[in-house]
Design a protein around this ligand. Structure first.
Ligand SMILES: NC(=O)c1ccc[n+]([C@@H]2O[C@H](COP(=O)([O-])OP(=O)(O)OC[C@H]3O[C@@H](n4cnc5c(N)ncnc54)[C@H](OP(=O)(O)O)[C@@H]3O)[C@@H](O)[C@H]2O)c1
Length: 215
């Protein structure tokens, strides 16, 4: 929450009229997701855009408080559950505002780490044979499948909401901290071969500006 508050202060410094609330959410915990969704709905605020971004990579084998393998719980199950709980609010907002809603799952091209088995549904929580990168790949493949199926259902329902998954590019962030090879690679070569956070911000800003001009 302190990191969230710092970001809120930084944004308010640049744009004093911005309206920002930071709310607590642990996506790896069903109880926390339930509480967040309930608190959000109680505010009565509309919801146009949901970005399922939180993620962890290559953590040592751990179970979440709901006894689900931690990467699958954090990267997929929490976002899946949160999206379902907020979907009615999003549909209502899209209808009342006549503005198309958007759901974006931040996946990764590393969903191929799950190759060739795909998602091992019968062994999601199994410690024997646990491979930290394959588990990340499975959770990121689940992000893609979730967005694809959700998009199909929303279209069938005639809901004015799109659902997509994206690969954001390789960026040296804190996410690599659990993996000795990737964290070393990011530290040593990251500044030469990977985008940095500033470059990503500029690219996102340009994309928004291009979209605004195209509208
Ligand atoms: N960086 C890359 O090269 C790359 C490439 C492909 C895809 N991605 C995807 O991009 C997304 C963002 O990653 P990033 O690179 O920006 O990593 P990051 O800097 O580590 O950010 C991940 C964020 O997720 C939060 N988070 C982790 N566990 C959480 C939980 N249980 N509940 C709520 N929040 C939680 C972290 O909060 P704390 O800091 O408080 O733990 C952090 O703010 C992830 O989904 C990742 O898979 C990244």
């Amino acid at each position: 929450m302190s990191a969230g508050r710092e970001v809120k202060e930084a944004i308010l410094k640049q744009n004093p009229t911005a309206k920002i609330d930071a709310m607590e959410l642990d996506v790896s915990s069903t109880a926390s997701v339930n509480k967040f969704a309930s608190d959000y709905k109680a505010t009565g605020l509309p919801l146009n855009l949901l970005i399922n971004n939180a993620g962890i990579l290559a953590t040592p084998y751990t179970l979440s408080e709901d006894n689900i393998e931690l990467q699958f719980a954090t990267n997929h199950v929490g976002h899946f559950h949160l999206t379902n709980l907020l979907l009615e609010t999003m549909k209502r907002t899209a209808h009342e505002s006549s503005k198309e809603g958007r759901i974006v799952n931040v996946s990764s091209r590393r969903h191929w780490f799950s190759y060739p088995e795909g998602i091992r549904f019968d062994q999601i929580n199994s410690q024997s044979g646990y491979n930290a990168l394959s588990a990340y790949g499975q959770s990121k493949l689940a992000n893609v499948l979730h967005a694809n199926e959700l998009a199909r259902r929303l279209k069938d329902d005639g809901a004015e909401i799109t659902a997509n998954s994206v690969h954001p590019g390789a960026i040296p962030t804190n996410i690599f901290r659990h993996h000795i090879f990737f964290s070393g690679l990011a530290n040593v070569f990251g500044k030469f071969v990977l985008k940095n956070v500033q470059q990503v911000k500029i690219r996102v800003q340009r994309t928004w500006e291009q979209q605004r001009h195209a509208m």
